[in-house]
Design a protein around this ligand. Structure first.
Ligand SMILES: [Mg+2]
Length: 270
């Protein structure tokens, strides 16, 4: 894929915005947001057919963010893409803001496709949207990002079953496989493995890649199936980009203080 340097730079800008907005809020989900910055860069600056100046464009491809608690990376990316001014990111989680702790379609922020936060809902919505596009013979894709801990919700598997049944080849789900969730390692909380085999047995085309490698992500999106729904197991590091917090689940839902913010941003700029 071309433009990997451009996409890497966008991912750095997204991470910096995430850190600044969480610092301003004094709370929020840092680890998962940083871990997904590369996925968001590739989606919004390479893959998605969308128009930031016309958020409701009927021919747009949608990203359904099922793990709503990583809202900061969605907000940072939308601002980077021009949906709204970056300075609004500093209103994250403030009273009356359009940037609530979890994304809400009724708060007026452009680019939000799903009110999310209650886990296990997004894939079912993505199935419905893809089914509608298939019915209307529109050849456009729908993307859905799920957390790995989120896969412990039964509704995910009901949606997975229906996507295969309806042969939704334009549905691409991405699992943020960082091996951790709010209380610790996924395999200690509720075993997910063998995860790729589970999705295959549900009738999905399964790909695995390093979710923090721009080129590998691009190759994975290019290798989608034209017959089945595609699942990308994106192996990411929670907190990616800031070595001192990488894979540390205590940063799942913590904000950097002023000193940490300056240090983290200087690491990203180095
Ligand atoms: Mg996780």
């Amino acid at each position: 894929m071309k433009n990997t340097q451009f996409l890497k730079e966008k991912a750095v800008e997204i991470r910096k915005s995430v850190i600044r907005s969480l610092n301003a809020a004094g709370s929020g989900h840092l680890g998962g947001s940083l871990g997904l910055a590369d996925v968001f860069s590739v989606l919004y600056f390479y893959e998605l057919k969308h128009r930031p100046e016309q958020p409701d464009w009927s021919e747009r491809e949608r990203l359904i963010l099922s793990i709503g608690h990583v809202a900061p990376v969605l907000y940072a990316t939308l601002a980077e893409a021009g949906y709204f001014e970056k300075e609004e990111l500093l209103t994250l989680r403030k009273l009356g803001t359009r940037l609530q702790g979890h994304p809400g379609r009724d708060h007026g922020l452009p680019g939000i496709e799903l009110s999310a936060g209650s886990l296990g809902q997004g894939l079912g919505v993505a199935v419905g949207i893809t089914l509608m596009d298939q019915h209307e013979k529109k050849d456009k894709r729908t993307f859905c990002i799920l957390g790995d801990g989120e896969l412990q919700e039964g509704s995910v598997w009901e949606a997975a079953m229906s996507a295969a049944h309806y042969k939704l080849h334009n549905l691409i789900a991405i699992v943020d496989r960082n091996n951790v969730q709010i209380d610790g390692k996924t395999e200690d909380v509720m075993t997910l493995e063998p995860l790729a085999d589970k999705w295959r047995s549900f009738g999905w085309h399964v790909l695995e890649c390093n979710g923090n490698d721009i080129a590998e992500l691009g190759d994975a999106f290019d290798a989608k199936s034209n017959e089945k729904p595609t699942l990308i197991l994106a192996h990411t590091k929670m907190g990616c980009g800031i070595p001192e917090i990488e894979n540390d689940y205590t940063w799942h839902g913590k904000a950097p203080n002023d000193e940490e913010m300056e240090r983290f941003i200087s690491v990203l700029e180095a």
